[in-house]
Design a protein around this ligand. Structure first.
Ligand SMILES: Nc1ncnc2c1ncn2[C@@H]1O[C@H](COP(=O)(O)OP(=O)(O)O)[C@@H](O)[C@H]1O
Ligand SMILES: [Mg+2]
Length: 405
């Protein structure tokens, strides 16, 4: 089976999906806008061929180039798990007559307002919302949804350019910072804890699911540099207090008419126990969360997904043994990493529960914590007990310190 894979080198988990597909027997043809020698080794090793296009943003140009390049090969799937490329992948499916998500369906996953219209029409609880393209439209939309409100790009990612506004002054301050964003989504602010519902589906049937938890919520994590944000995956996604989220997730997948592939939904659990829809993407979660899901059960979802995508079957045995947590670290100070403190003591206390450690080395320049949740490194821990998992994660949050100057 020939599979076209958009953006095989980025984000970080993509080379593993290329490996998964190749290991299931697919001939994987990569397409992206970096020279082949800049692809990660793992991606290069498992790609059968590669097309370097000038820009993935120029969708019509990419469609023309890929059609010409792949003309003598029968393409079975077009896959893109990089958020900005899901509509491009759908356009390629049309051009190459390949089954899979349509352009219309992909648009619903990309455009936060279309998405919520669809969800609300299906009777699912989501924030009151409106789209706005001018400052006045934003003010009108806020008047409609009420304070506090959220303003964010209509097709955003990673909490970029996202503002919570509690009054007219904060609204005007946000507007001044949003002049470069052509269109925004304005929403009622939902107060609650933020969870995920992540699935692999085959023809709309859920064959694998995960519930994740953000500590603290992504907007807070992205607003304060001193925080070491945590992403956790729960050993017990079937817990009764999460039942509302699971039911919500199932209803959302139906309403979105999702077929086959990975999905990543975010939802709020309010103090009264109500589950409220946040957003959904037609791709896996990022920031190494697939690794976290793998570590819960000691499985390889990269190949498990590939089996579902290629053959419509899922044969992984999913026994959930651990809660897992990813702790993202941000160095103190600017420039290059000069010092890492606390690691030896933490490894002495918790070493048996650490499954992965990837900190920038001394001398490396700091990453931009606003652009990448990975920040200056991360630690993955796991434990069968939920509270112990959070305690270990907090210890890495507070006692592991990176310094830069
Ligand atoms: N209506 C809302 N109510 C409360 N918080 C919100 C709302 N919309 C967004 N947020 C906050 O902003 C974050 C980013 O928004 P989201 O819609 O997930 O966009 P993206 O992740 O694509 O940037 C969310 O995780 C949440 O913390
Ligand atoms: Mg989000």
């Amino acid at each position: 089976m020939h599979v076209i894979f958009i953006a095989p080198g980025y984000p970080a988990e993509m080379p593993h999906f290329v490996r998964g597909l190749a290991s299931q027997g697919a001939t994987v043809l990569g397409v992206s806008d970096v020279p082949v020698d800049q692809l990660p080794e793992l991606a290069k090793r498992h790609l059968a061929d590669y097309l370097h296009v000038p820009s993935l943003q120029d969708e019509d140009d990419v469609v023309r180039r890929v059609a010409a390049w792949s003309a003598d090969r029968a393409i079975a799937r077009v896959i893109c798990m990089w958020e900005p490329g899901v509509v491009l992948a759908a356009k390629l499916r049309v051009a190459l007559q390949v089954p899979g998500q349509s352009v219309e369906a992909a648009m619903r996953f990309r455009d936060k307002d279309l998405m919520k219209q669809h969800i609300v029409a299906a009777g699912i609880r989501a924030a009151r919302h409106a789209r706005a393209a001018t400052a006045q439209e934003v003010r009108d939309a806020v008047a409609q949804v009420g304070f506090p409100a959220i303003i964010k790009p209509i097709a955003g990612a990673g909490s970029m350019d996202t503002f919570r506004v509690a009054d007219a002054a904060e609204l005007e301050a946000a507007l001044a910072q949003l002049t470069h964003v052509p269109e925004v989504q304005v929403e009622e602010f939902i107060t609650g804890e933020e969870f995920t519902f992540d699935t692999i589906c085959i023809d709309g049937r859920i064959v694998y699911y995960n519930i994740g938890y953000y500590r603290p919520n992504p907007l807070l994590a992205r607003s304060h540099e001193w925080i070491s944000p945590q992403t956790l995956c729960l050993r017990d996604p079937d817990a009764p207090e999460l039942a509302g989220g699971r039911a919500l997730g199932e209803a959302v997948l139906k309403a979105m008419e999702f077929g086959t592939g990975f999905t990543h939904m975010e939802w709020f659990l309010t103090a009264s126990g109500e589950a409220v829809f946040g957003e959904i993407a037609a791709r896996p979660p990022g920031a190494h969360t697939v690794d976290l899901m793998n570590f819960v059960s000691d499985i390889d979802l990269f190949t498990g997904y590939a089996e579902a995508e290629l053959f419509g079957t899922f044969s992984l045995q999913v026994e959930r043994k651990y809660n897992t947590a990813n702790i993202f670290k941000r160095a103190e100070g600017q420039g290059r990493i000069t010092r890492i403190e606390g690691l030896a003591g933490l490894m002495q206390r918790h070493g048996a529960h650490v499954v992965h450690l990837d900190l920038l080395p001394i001398g490396a320049p700091r990453r931009d914590w606003k652009l990448t949740l990975l920040s200056d490194g991360y630690v993955v821990v796991r434990h069968p007990d939920w509270n112990t998992t959070k305690q270990i994660a907090d210890d890495f949050g507070t006692d592991l310190r990176l310094y830069a100057s």
